[in-house]
Write a new protein. Structure first.
Lengths: 169, 246, 124
């Protein structure tokens, strides 16, 4: 468990990083699951702009129908990542408080020759965890954006929308 | 030399320390006496930089910063160890942060007090054991000035006496101990100097030599310094009994 | 090695004097002999739970009285001969007699009564 030992050097002594790591894993999983909502909405939106040819069953675009823009469709589908990031940041408070729990190890931490040790152990993992959540969120958005652009015919988009999306990507 | 000059500390609009001037030299064993709230703890925390203050505290002429802070160690009755770590883990942590940490002394003291080195986290120790371990860490950090704030609250007498003896046996001539305690009688032979603090002011500072010459015992000196009125108890009793009796 | 097991520190008397007295009593009773080794200052300090300066002070007094010999950094030894032992004995006897007389005086005992008391208990 080399990596785990390394991580333990980044949390307050005696406080296992397990809880934070568990939270991040669960947060990531739940956030990804939550984001599936977007796919369902996308599917529903597509159905409203298409109709099926009564004989051949081929999809036809219904005249005048427009797809909602990506963001309008997404609404709160990606909020899980933001929440997970916020919870990761809340661990900062917990880690700082741990220097006063059960004893006053804060006195030791504050008189260490290495000035940043106390903060390093309180900030590193929560900040990195929060960044990882946001990164994962951004990645998910990009993937869904790609899917959105792939499955949506340009004809049902408002003028210039596709150019805007391409610019984001 | 640890020098404190014109130290003032205001705490919640109250003067916690006023015009403290003290000098501690290498090898001294100093008792710091005073009632609860007199400023013993505050003084130590100022030295360690855990409190802000006005005035000057210097270590061999240098202000106390991250560069020389490892020359001062601190054992407190509030405990500054990590409750979830074992003694062994503490040793690793201290060795990483304090280059002069004494392994030999650590092992010797752990064995002397019969404390378990591995597998048991500090939080499962008894209060007495916790105190012992807190003091062991302060002694093993490799500091020249060892500050101890009421370190034996909750240890029995035999335990404390053992500690004084061990301490005298292991201390190097250059190591200074500053011990704040209210167990004046108990440490009177152990210390070489007594400093008294009252309402944030230094009200007495005397060496064992001076006491020997004056023929006074430490307890007598302390009572005198504080203006302790020996008739207080009998007068109070008179008042109580007088009122009740009639 | 001189034994300090029997030395129990009392209140009220400077500790260094108690250490000096313990050794002197040992000399008079014959327990402490010429060339006996004294514990190092640190060891005795730890054994008694007494500040090393106090031990140092006691040893210095004994050195000044030429009862012990220490060479810098080395061990300390008793340095006794007949004359020194006799001198220590006289000193202790005198001190004890003096304090007994003082105690008796304090209780209002007259000189004659004191002599009578001594004679009575001398025989027992």
């Amino acid at each position: 468990m080399r990596i785990f030992d390394r991580l333990e050097a980044l949390t307050p002594p005696g406080i296992s990083p397990r809880r934070l790591l568990g939270m991040l894993a669960a947060g990531a999983a739940l956030s990804v699951v939550r984001s599936f909502e977007f796919l369902i909405k996308l599917y529903d939106a597509l159905r409203t702009v298409f109709d099926y040819h009564p004989q051949t069953g081929e999809p036809i675009i219904i005249e005048g129908r427009r797809m909602p823009m990506f963001w309008a469709l997404a609404e709160q589908s990606f909020i899980g990542f933001a929440i997970a990031a916020a919870v990761a940041l809340a661990f900062i408070g917990y880690y700082y408080a741990s220097y006063r729990m059960g004893s006053r190890s804060i006195y030791l931490m504050r008189r260490l020759p290495h000035p940043w040790e106390m903060h390093k152990r309180a900030l590193t993992l929560p900040v990195m965890g929060a960044l990882a959540m946001l990164l994962l969120g951004a990645l998910t958005v990009l993937v869904y954006l790609g899917i959105y652009m792939l499955v949506t015919p340009e004809a049902v988009l408002t003028a210039g929308a596709m150019e805007q999306l391409k610019e984001i990507v | 030399m640890l020098k404190i000059e014109n130290l003032n500390k205001i705490y919640l609009c109250k003067k916690a320390l006023s015009d403290v001037n003290l000098t501690f030299t290498r090898g001294e064993i100093v008792g710091l006496f005073g009632e609860n709230g007199a400023g013993k703890t505050t003084l130590m925390k100022c030295i360690l930089g855990l409190h802000g203050y006005t005035g000057q505290i210097t270590l061999d002429g240098e202000p106390i910063t991250r560069k020389n802070i490892d020359r001062i160690s601190f054992a407190t009755s509030e405990h500054s160890f990590f409750p979830n770590l074992t003694p062994w883990d503490h040793r690793c942590f201290y060795k990483e942060h304090f280059p002069h940490f004494s392994d030999k002394r650590f092992e010797g003291l752990m064995r002397f007090f019969g404390l378990p080195m591995r597998f048991k986290p500090l939080r499962s120790f008894s209060t007495g054991q916790k105190n012992q371990f807190e003091v062991i860490l302060a002694l093993c950090q490799g500091a020249d000035y060892i500050l101890m704030d009421e370190p034996f609250a909750g240890n029995d007498l035999f335990n404390r006496e053992d500690f004084y003896k061990v301490l005298l046996g292991i201390l190097e001539p250059g190591e200074t101990v500053i011990l704040s305690t209210h167990l004046i009688e108990e440490v009177s032979g152990f210390i070489g100097r007594a400093v008294m603090i009252h309402e944030g002011k230094i009200v007495g500072d005397v060496t064992a030599d001076e006491l020997d010459e004056s023929g006074k015992s430490l307890v007598a000196y302390v009572k005198e310094t504080y203006g302790y009125r020996s008739d207080r108890v009998s007068r109070a009793l008179d008042d109580i009994v007088g009122e009740d009796g009639e | 090695m001189i034994n300090f097991d029997a030395l129990i520190i009392e209140d009220g008397i400077p500790i260094y004097l108690q250490i000096v007295r313990h050794i002197k009593r040992g000399i008079v009773s014959g327990v402490v002999k010429d060339r006996d080794e004294l514990p190092s200052r640190r060891v005795l300090s730890a054994f008694l739970g007494v500040n090393p300066n106090t031990i140092q002070k006691a040893y210095r007094i004994l050195e000044d009285e030429a009862l012990i010999e220490s060479h810098s950094g080395a061990k300390s030894y008793m340095s006794l001969d007949g004359a020194r032992i006799a001198a220590v004995r006289d000193e202790l006897v005198e001190a004890d007699a003096k304090s007994s007389v003082e105690a008796l005086k304090q209780m209002g005992v007259t000189k004659e009564q004191a002599i009578a008391l001594i004679e009575k208990y001398w025989e027992e």
